[in-house]
Each structure stands twice: as C-alpha cells, then as structure tokens.
Write a protein that binds this ligand. Structure first.
Ligand code: TRP
Length: 459
C-alpha cells in the first residue's frame, strides 16, 4: 500500500524550526536533564552528553529529516518507499513502525508527568506550598501521585488540549501554538536564570556544571547521556521523519538541524542554571532524582522573595514546554490515521487521543501503587519494577538507541547515496562528514554503549 504523497508543508522555515524546537524542548530539558546531570556528577556528564549530541544526535537527526523529505509519507511508508527505491527489503518499514510505537509509549507517561506540572501550577497559584516545610511539600507530592483520580484529571486535561490543537491542523493548530509559546518560554527561562543566580548560589552551580570531574562519571552515566541525547532531540520516535515530510523544498536540512540542536542544548543548560543555583543556595541535594523539581523547588519557592510568582511562572513554563512536545508526539499517528483510514483530522486526533488515554492509565496506576502494575522482571535479570518504570526504561534506554541505530544504518547504507545527496543538498565536505558519522561513528558508539547496557542488566 503506497499512500498519496503528503502535500502539506510548513508555512515557512521559521514555522518548521519553531515546531521542531518546540518538540525537542520539553520535560526532557527542564525536568529530566537537570536530575540526571545531578545524579551523574555534573560537568563530566555534560561533556559526554555534548559529544553524543554532536556526533550521534545531529547526524541521526539529519538522516531522519532526509528520509521524511524523500518519502513525503508518514514514517513507515517513507522507509518503505526509500527501501523500494534502493532495491532493499520492504521490511525496513518496520523501522518506522518501531519509532512510532516508541514515541507512543513515551507519550503515554509524558502526559502524566506534564499533568504533574499542571497540578503544580495550581498548587503554587493557590498557595498550597504553605510555609514550605519539607513535610508539607513531600505530602503534597505523595498525595498527588497516589491519587489516580487527581492524576487522571490533570493528564486528561493535557491530552484533551493536545487533541484539540492537533485536530485543528498543522498550520492553524500546531504552528500557531508553538509560535505563541516558544518565545514566552525562552524569555521566562532567561528571566528566571537571572533571578535564580541572584538569590541562589550561581558560582556553585557554575562550577558543578562546567568543571568536569571525570572521576564522577560512571558507565551508567554514559548510557544515560546517550539515551538522553536521543530523547531530548525527539529522535527515533517517528516525529522528525514526519516533520521532514512537511519540509518545504529549498530549506537547508543541515543548517536547520544544527540550529535546533543548539537551541535544545541551550535550553537544557539554561534550565540547569535556573535549578542548580537554587539547589546549592538552599542546601538541597543535586542528586534527588526524578522528584528534584517537584519535591525540592517548592520548598524554595515558598521561602524566597517573590517565590509565589517565581513558582507559578516556573511550572507554567514547564507545562508549555511539555505541551508543545505532546503536540509533536501526536502528529505522526494522526497523519497516519488520516492517510490510512481517510479520517478527518479532528476524528483522527480523537482516536489517537483515546488510545493514548488508555495507555496513560498504566502509568497513573503505577504511581498509585496498584498491585497489577507491579511486574517481576527477575527472568530478565531485572528486579521488581512497576509498569511505568518498565516503559520508561524500555523506551529511553533500549528502544530509542536501537531505533537510532537502525535509522543510522538505513540512512547510511541502504538509502542510495544519490537520494541522500539530493535531499541533503549541501557541499561535498559536509555531506561526507555526515555520511562518515552516520556510517561508522554513530553505529559503533551506539553498539558499544548498548552492549555495556546489556552487561549492566545482567549484573
Ligand atoms: N524531546 C522531548 C523532550 O525533551 C521528548 C520527546 C521524545 C519527544 N520523543 C519525542 C517529543 C517525540 C515529541 C515527539 O521533552
């Protein structure tokens, strides 16, 4: 089944860059990056992370855009078409499916965490951090995640918003929303970084982040940095291929990809500069884990001057960032439903949203501690984990790197050079650097790290 070529295009280069940056910048930058950096020793982790972005993330990202732009179809069909063009097996379409599936699984818990952020806008705005004693703040977090109804309320709100905006279409919905939200987000981050540096310990944060102490780096840190470089650039989840399919002709794949990766990295570093001055200034632990921003920052917000405003603004910004990513997440499945079943867009968005809503319940009940969400993974060499932890681990540490590996192999070895050269439309030096990274550097690095990971599981 070959579908009609997608006719839809981004309205401009700027519209594309905003939407792609909106997809890349999300919970990964503001919630996840600071806490994994905190857990893995700061500066040295950042060095590895930057290397992964540069030598693996950016080349794979370009490959995804090139594949989408060549195929002009939803992900799986684009892979199939290009494989056909190169005389390779149509089974490469599986790479596209694999990505869309990974993206779907990520989104199923992503909306729940975005829901936490929304809940915290409410908590902060209605003064529920109280005097900011640890007990009040911890109880607030514990009560929230233990209450399936509350969690479902907030995540459903996020999901409904996503469905409605995506249902309105790419230009009127998605582009319009990110055009409004992204500039506000950047502005808010800048103001807050300045504020945090002023009330907190800027020097401490700076040293933690930019002085690399490699003795603190573990194998686990390297694996995490690699997985996160895929997660944060939204790679291997179908979406960059999809966005590439909407790329107007004449827009440079190389330049836009580099800009997007730089913007994403700057936001992550900026988020660190908002959070760590506060963490160090108020004597909190940088290695607090996933609860870092939800369990520790409210303590600070309720104690520092202007904290009421600062807190509400911070969580609003987090909701914005998560929301623009959720929009992107949903686009690939909606475009596929439209093409495959001739659904109208709004219908497709509701169908996709309903499936996601059901999947999100798995995460919600995992946090609530329901018995049926507890899995015994000892047969895999793992321990006890709930469904959420399993999905998180499976996607970020297994599916994304594996999908990235397949995409690199496909773009570099299967797709004809003539095709990729045409779509990259750049001079031969840059093209050759790209091809070399994709052929050798990325696959070898991913395989090595991946094998280490298998070693970790077996330990
Ligand atoms: N990049 C997003 C973030 O950092 C997360 C993400 C992963 C994503 N895959 C995606 C977002 C696909 C949109 C589409 O938060």
């Amino acid at each position: 089944m070959v579908q009609d070529t997608i006719q839809r295009r981004w309205s401009s280069r700027y519209g594309y860059m905003l939407a792609a940056t909106g997809s890349a910048v999300g919970l990964g930058n503001i919630w996840k990056f600071p806490y994994i950096m905190g857990e893995n020793g700061g500066g040295a982790f950042i060095v590895v992370y930057l290397l992964c972005i540069l030598f693996i993330g950016i080349p794979v990202m370009m490959a995804e855009v090139v594949i989408g732009k060549r195929g002009r179809q939803p992900p799986a069909a684009s892979f199939r078409l290009i494989a056909h063009e190169a005389g390779a097996s149509p089974r490469w379409a599986g790479t596209g499916w694999f990505g869309v599936l990974a993206g779907y699984l990520v989104l199923s818990f992503y909306v729940v965490i975005a829901g936490w952020a929304l809940a915290y806008v409410w908590f902060s705005g209605s003064g529920q951090f109280g005097q900011g004693d640890t007990a009040t703040v911890s109880a607030l977090f514990a009560d929230l995640i233990a209450d399936p109804l509350k969690l479902a309320f907030f995540s459903t709100t996020i999901l409904l918003g996503t469905v409605v905006v995506i249902g309105r279409g790419v230009n009127a919905g998605l582009e319009r929303a990110v055009e409004l939200m992204m500039p506000v987000l950047i502005l808010m981050l800048l103001v807050m970084a300045a504020y945090a540096g002023w009330v907190g310990d800027f020097q401490g944060a700076f040293d933690f982040m930019f002085v690399a102490d490699f003795s603190k780096l573990t194998l686990h840190g390297v694996v995490t940095a690699l997985g996160h470089s895929f997660f944060t650039l939204s790679l291997a989840s179908g979406i960059v291929v999809m966005f590439g399919a909407y790329l107007p002709t004449g827009v440079s794949v190389v330049k836009t990809s580099i800009y997007i990766a730089i913007a994403d990295t700057l936001v992550a570093l900026l988020a660190g500069l908002v959070i760590f001055p506060v963490v160090f200034g108020y004597g909190l632990a940088p290695s607090a884990g996933p609860g870092l921003i939800f369990q520790t920052l409210p303590i600070v917000f309720s104690q520092m001057p202007g904290g009421y405003f600062f807190g509400t603004a911070f969580f609003t910004m987090l909701v914005f960032a998560a929301f623009t990513s959720s929009l992107a997440f949903m686009e690939a499945s909606v475009a596929w439903l439209e093409g495959r079943f001739a659904f109208r867009r709004m219908q497709a968005a509701f169908v996709s949203g309903t499936v996601l809503w059901l999947l999100s319940l798995l995460t919600i009940f995992s946090f609530a501690g329901a018995e049926w969400t507890k899995l015994d993974l000892s047969w895999l060499g793992g321990g006890q984990a709930n469904i959420f932890e399993t999905i998180d681990f499976l996607t970020a540490n297994v599916m994304l790197p594996l999908g990235g590996l397949l995409i690199a192999l496909f773009g570099a070895w299967i797709m004809t050079k003539q095709a990729s050269r045409e779509e990259m439309a750049t001079n031969s030096i840059i093209y050759n650097i790209w091809l070399f990274s994709l052929r050798y550097v990325a696959p070898v690095a991913i395989t090595v790290v991946f094998l280490q990971l298998v070693g970790i599981i077996q330990l």
